[in-house]
Design a protein. Structure first.
Lengths: 249, 210
């Protein structure tokens, strides 16, 4: 072990006891921030967290199966048919890029997820977000639906530089539209949203042309539940972040 | 609505999701048939009320349907994705009604799985789950409760400590020890670990940079 590695080794010893709680999604506060920072530079702890996260996911599979009441499938089928008429219609997508990523529980990619959590948490902690605006409805134009609702927008920042705009559409279906300009360094970016309850969800992975692009994708949560969003490069590094801040009342 | 795809009991989960992403109702029906027992079972174990569990399960499938287009098979098993959605919805439902979780011991079936359901049908490896189930059953009761309250209900160590009337440090130790034992049990059984998707094999050197 080189002299350079010794401080990191000591950091591993500090962080290791906290990894189980992080893998379960129940670690908060400064401990969480501390672990997230360490994970961004430690492959060993990242692997350990991945193992623990898989164990945590596996625990959910131990619940005893139970068949739902009669009529469950029929009721669900009706709702799915109704949903399908909105979500899978040919007019329900637009944009220059299509999502090819995943909505997945955050724990599946702990290092990336924690980086996002850290970025958004820091924004929340320091109030460094960018003001949301309530716009005229745009959701229908995108979704082709009948119900008009307000949208919400926030500025995507890379450091102190504005690099794009985020729009949350409150129409059915719920949509996220992102426009990015001059975001150097990565041919694709992954977009994740953080909910007001602290959950992180991947919206999709999108291509950029010369650092610019615009795309739309279904939101995994209601727009009102989105606290912020982050773009990550192919290495999982946070390259831009937006905080959705809603006016009081 | 997209055109109907040919689905069967052997159709992989991710293929069903791809069909759902294309708006195929037969894929959706097959997916629901495959997972409804596990989704409703987890919801019921968590909320303890059949009507509410039904609501949670319905919403879980709706979310799967909505998000099928952005599911990425590289990121983990469909089963854990679906169950995580169910878990989060059940947690939200419990919070809304400020309900006290059911006995965490009831959350998991610690008996050996019977043959009246086959986990593989729900995309879950029987071997890996069996090993994990055995490892959970071997935990001391206080560690098992702490683990389940955190893993299933999302309780923090502080919340576990208050519920169990033990200091925070004790709650943290119980969670940490339990998770460590489960991880060790799976790593000691590479086949089970692989079936559950636990990364095994060559590991980076401690202190090595990511």
């Amino acid at each position: 072990m080189s002299a350079d590695e010794r401080p990191l080794r000591r950091a591993c010893d500090d962080v290791a006891p906290l990894l189980p709680e992080l893998s379960l999604g129940v670690l908060g506060g400064r401990d969480r921030e501390h672990v997230l920072r360490h994970l961004s530079q430690c492959a060993v702890c990242s692997v350990e967290l991945e193992q623990l996260s898989t164990v945590a996911d596996g625990v959910l599979t131990l619940a005893p199966p139970c068949e739902p009441p009669a009529g469950f499938e029929l009721a669900l089928r009706r709702r799915l048919v109704a949903e399908g008429q909105h979500h899978h219609s040919p007019t329900s997508r637009r944009g220059t890029a299509s999502p090819n990523g995943a909505r997945r529980v955050v724990r599946s990619r702990p290092a990336m997820a924690v980086a996002v959590a850290a970025a958004v948490a820091i924004l929340l902690a320091f109030g460094g977000g960018w003001l949301l605006r309530t716009n005229r409805p745009i959701g229908n134009r995108e979704a082709g639906g009948a119900n008009r609702t307000a949208s919400t927008s926030a500025t995507l920042m890379s450091g102190h530089r504005p690099v794009g705009r985020l729009v949350l559409s409150g129409a059915h279906p719920d949509w996220l539209t992102v426009s990015v300009r001059h975001l150097a360094g990565s041919p694709t970016v992954e977009c994740m949203v953080m909910t007001t309850s602290g959950h992180l969800m991947t919206v999709g992975t999108f291509s950029l042309a010369g650092g610019s692009g615009t795309w739309s994708a279904p939101l995994p949560v209601a727009p009102a539940a989105v606290a912020g969003a982050t773009l990550l490069d192919t290495h999982g590094q946070v390259v831009a972040t937006a905080l959705v801040r809603r006016p009081a009342g | 609505m997209g055109s109907s795809a040919v689905v069967s009991a052997d159709t992989p989960d991710d293929a069903l999701l791809a069909g759902m992403a294309a708006g195929d109702q037969s894929s959706a029906a097959a997916f629901v048939a495959r997972y409804q027992g596990r989704v409703f079972g987890l919801a019921l174990a968590m909320v303890g009320d059949r009507a509410q569990a039904e609501d949670v399960a319905q919403e879980a499938f709706l979310r799967v349907w909505r998000h099928a287009p952005v599911y990425d098979a590289r990121r983990g098993a469909v089963a854990t994705w679906v169950l995580a959605i169910t878990r989060n919805l059940a947690i939200d439902a419990l919070r809304l009604r400020r309900a006290v979780p059911t006995d965490p011991e009831l959350l998991v079936d610690l008996r050996q799985p019977s043959h009246d359901w086959l986990p593989e049908e729900a995309g879950i490896s029987a071997g890996g789950v069996g090993r994990l189930r055995a490892a959970v059953a071997e935990l001391p009761p206080e560690q098992r409760r702490a683990l389940l309250l955190a893993a299933v209900y999302g309780w923090t160590a502080a919340e576990v400590g208050r519920a169990e009337q033990v200091p925070l440090g004790t709650a943290k130790t119980r969670i940490r020890t339990a998770m460590g034992k489960l991880r060790a049990a799976l790593l000691a059984d590479p086949a089970a670990a692989e079936q559950l998707g636990v990364p095994v094999g060559d590991r980076p050197t401690r202190g090595g940079r990511a």
